[in-house]
Write a protein that binds this ligand. Structure first.
Ligand code: 13P
Length: 274
């Protein structure tokens, strides 16, 4: 098995900076990664309000990641400072050799200056019927183009009710990441489908159980040293009221935030608390 840290030459400057931060965390506590996923929302006004806020309030204690729509990614990246953190994209097409109309390739994403890419989000898995096999192809393409994939996993409400949460999450991770041919590093985001945009979240104990299971799986797959240093984010109705509590849970290394990232004031509070 290849080490995710052996292929550093494939990673771009953003990713390298991130990995340096991750490695620094080996000596202390892992720095939280706070990621805003604007989904199809957002505007140039929101981008400007982020830029204004961040120029006055640079994130100190956490690593910030902002994932706008593709058009806004280009807009914001022109004014982005590395002191603010990182930019990321939402999804890419799974084949960069084909002549496909209207889709963003991993190559195009990397050219915007993005360092990360969200893959396997529940919107893609369930609204666009994307399989873990497809997500795996995208993860490989992300690595090829020097992007750090954030691989999203999470159970549906009926799976939770049938006590299948851990089984579903582990299967999605195993099938979405080619552990036998790792060509870069990655981040996992645990996002229960039923919690996304609903205002409902699992109990802290439930989050802890799933995150511990994910950590154990990663250690089994890639060894203790690397497995312990893969950030595992929680996502699903995280906001300024519950962020601190969720971040205190063992093996929660950050948040992937949708709705609450559309207001920089509230999101700024989360950045400060992280
Ligand atoms: P909400 O924070 O709006 O629940 O969305 C979570 C999410 O899907 C982030 O990717």
């Amino acid at each position: 098995m290849q080490s995710p840290f052996l292929s550093l030459t494939l990673l771009n400057a953003h990713s390298l900076k991130f990995l340096t931060k991750v490695n620094q965390k080996n000596r202390g506590r892992m720095k939280n990664l706070i990621a805003g996923n604007w989904k199809l929302k957002g505007s140039q006004n929101l981008a400007d309000s982020y830029l204004n806020h961040l120029s006055e309030n640079k994130p100190v204690n956490c690593t910030l990641l902002v994932c706008p729509t593709f058009d806004l990614l280009e807009y914001i990246s022109e004014k982005w400072s590395q002191d603010f953190g990182f930019l990321g994209a939402q999804d890419c097409y799974h084949d960069d050799s084909a002549f496909n109309e209207g889709l963003a390739s991993a190559d195009k994403v990397a050219r915007t200056g993005a360092g990360y890419i969200i893959l396997g989000h529940s919107d893609r898995r369930h609204k666009c019927q994307e399989t873990s096999g497809l997500v795996r192809k995208k993860v490989n393409l992300a690595w090829k183009h020097g992007l750090l994939p954030i691989v999203c996993v999470g159970e549906k409400s009926e799976e939770r009710k049938s006590n299948l949460t851990q089984e579903v999450v582990k299967k999605q991770i195993i099938e979405s990441i080619d552990f036998d041919h790792l060509d870069g590093s990655f981040v996992i985001a645990y996002e229960p489908v039923w919690a996304i945009g609903s205002g409902n979240i699992p109990t802290m104990e439930e989050i802890g159980i799933v995150h511990d299971e994910i950590r154990t799986l990663l250690i089994t797959k890639i060894g203790s040293h690397q497995g312990k240093n893969i950030p595992i984010l929680y996502g699903g109705s995280a906001d300024s009221n519950n962020a601190e509590q969720i971040l205190a849970v063992n093996n929660v290394n950050g948040l992937l935030i949708g709705g609450a990232s559309l207001d920089i004031k509230g999101f700024g509070t989360i950045i400060n608390k992280a």
